[in-house]
Ligand binder design. Structure first.
Ligand code: DHK
Length: 148
């Protein structure tokens, strides 16, 4: 059985749909999950979609991914800009990681321009809303495809 791709979401992403829709869009996290699962199905990838407001829980899931997942798509929310612990876990996971942000973090406050997650990521997609998750899964499918 192929291992799933973990799609992990950090703090406040459970508030999507209600939270600053002019920045994050009108879709709820459940909408994001459904779209990620549909794209995963089309690509032949199993998706394990999770959200937590807690740094330690996210770190635990990234540790679980080592051995339990084929890759990680991560929107770490605000922890993107603060968490060396998440970066350390990503580097220890030894898996392809794609960082996603709904908003274009480079058009926003300067404190959002730096990402610890990027230091542990193969690639970054930001500013394309929910579509960013689908694009990340497209890229992930190629990264985890068995070498013929
Ligand atoms: C989500 C958040 O919660 C912010 O803290 C980040 C990111 C941006 C997003 O655009 O998805 O700065």
């Amino acid at each position: 059985m192929a291992k799933p791709v973990f799609v992990l979401n950090g703090p406040n992403l459970n508030m999507l749909g209600m939270r600053e829709p002019e920045i994050y869009g009108p879709d709820t996290l459940d909408d994001v999950r459904k779209r990620a699962e549909a794209r995963g199905k089309a690509l032949g990838l199993a998706i394990d979609f999770r959200q937590s407001n807690h740094e330690g829980e996210l770190i635990g899931w990234i540790q679980e991914a080592r051995g339990g997942a084929s890759g990680i798509v991560l929107n770490a929310g605000s922890l993107t800009h603060t968490s060396i612990g998440i970066l350390d876990a990503l580097q220890a996971a030894e898996l392809p990681v794609i960082e996603v942000h709904l908003s274009n973090i480079f058009r926003r406050d300067s404190f959002r321009h730096h990402s610890y997650v990027s230091l542990g990521a193969k690639g970054v997609i930001c500013g394309l809303g929910v579509q960013g998750y689908e694009l990340a899964l497209d890229a992930m499918a190629k990264l985890v495809a068995p070498v013929p």
